[in-house]
Write a protein that binds this ligand. Structure first.
Ligand code: 5AD
Ligand code: SF4
Length: 351
């Protein structure tokens, strides 16, 4: 299935219901053909909300003095991850924090190794921000196999405006060296920032393809209080759904998660629409309850029903996936270039 950039742009700009329905149907066909019916459920542990960066859109930016900060002790992060893998059956976990150098390379390497010692082949993704090549190399050698590292927007001027003191080319450079080291990458844009054009959103899709990201992760911008953008208008469900559908058509083999930001503004209806319009994964929050409300990258982030309790959340999601005629993935997904044998050898573990 081929779509021209010009057509993608018109679809993104348009608000014709019939056109939207056709787009979603085509994305669903492309999804079935390219990655099948399986839907993966990933878990995310937000282990620290300290961040040295000051992104204008983000509620845990260093300049937000209104929020309470926390750091999970290493042992507790380990316990949470091990329990998610061994008791709840998660095959892929994201360890996420703000840019928090308290967790230095040694601590993170210890954490990754300790989790692997007690889990059976759990794929670990890091979402810890800007660290140098050597750090990422050491953490890869410790057993991390993926990074979640959004480029946020391909509009260079906008990127450098909303991420003060950061350079877009460095961000891309990071993604490239991460891939070179061997990491699976998860990247993509925030959708609906003030000043973001439809042209740049189409560019974002082609950039995910060019970077060969394993996971095309994107979600609507949600204004966060205590930030310079708190009074801005956020991204919409329909724009996010169009982005997912177009990404599925332009970059058909990507894993496309239904992100928590989309769930937050669109609820179950948006989850179903995204699943039926190109999406093939979910990300559930496994952060222990006493910390959840403080990981407030946007308002009320962790006050959703679907995040009540992990077991219950998995149960509800499984029902939803089945009701959409799909299957819950029990492995790492068909689209990852991983199988039992090479995953075990990559992680220096028994097969
Ligand atoms: N709305 C939506 N997404 C946000 N992120 C940060 N702040 C917000 C917000 N206010 C996203 C960014 C970041 C990821 C961890 O969360 O894309 O990379
Ligand atoms: Fe920090 Fe990431 Fe938020 Fe930026 S988006 S302030 S790097 S947590």
């Amino acid at each position: 299935m081929i779509i021209l950039r010009e057509n993608a742009l018109n679809l993104l700009k348009g608000n014709n219901t019939k056109e939207f329905e056709v787009l979603v149907a085509l994305a669903n066909l492309s999804r079935a053909e390219n990655v099948g019916d399986q839907v993966c459920i990933h878990g995310i542990i937000e282990f620290s909300n300290y961040c040295s960066q000051n992104c204008l859109y983000c509620g845990i930016r260093t300049g937000n003095k209104k929020i309470k900060r926390y750091r999970m002790p290493l042992e507790e992060i380990k316990r949470t991850a091990v329990s998610a893998s061994n008791n709840l059956g998660y095959k892929m976990l994201v360890l996420q924090s703000g840019e928090d150098l308290w967790y230095d390379t040694d601590k993170l390497a210890w954490l990754i190794k300790s989790i692997h010692k007690e889990c059976r082949r759990c794929l670990l993704f890091l979402s810890i921000g800007d660290r140098d090549y050597n750090t990422y190399k050491v953490l890869y050698n410790a057993g991390a196999r993926g990074v979640l590292f959004r480029f946020e927007t391909s509009d260079v001027a906008l990127y450098e405006k909303v991420r003060p003191n950061c350079s877009f080319s460095e961000r891309i450079n990071h993604l490239e060296f991460m891939r070179e080291i061997g990491y699976l990458t998860a990247s993509g844009p925030i959708i609906g920032l003030h000043g973001q054009t439809m042209e740049s959103l189409v560019d974002d899709i082609y950039l995910m393809k060019k970077l060969k990201v394993t996971m095309a992760t994107m979600g609507p911008f949600i204004p966060a209080s205590g930030t310079p953008l708190e009074d801005n208008i956020g991204g919409t469900v329909s724009l996010a759904l169009k982005m997912i559908a177009l990404t599925r058509i332009i970059y058909p083999r990507a894993r496309i998660p239904v992100t928590t930001a989309l769930e937050k503004i669109g609820g179950n209806e948006a989850r179903i629409a995204a699943l039926n319009g190109g999406g093939n994964a979910f990300m559930l929050n496994l952060t222990p309850s006493q910390y959840r409300e403080y990981y407030a990258i946007y308002d009320d982030k962790n006050k959703m029903e679907s995040h009540l309790h992990s077991l219950q959340a998995v149960g509800e999601l499984t029902k939803l996936i089945k009701a959409c005629g799909r299957k819950v993935c029990r492995g790492w997904g068909t689209d990852f270039t991983l199988n039992k044998k090479n995953f075990a050898s990559l992680c220096n573990m028994e097969g």
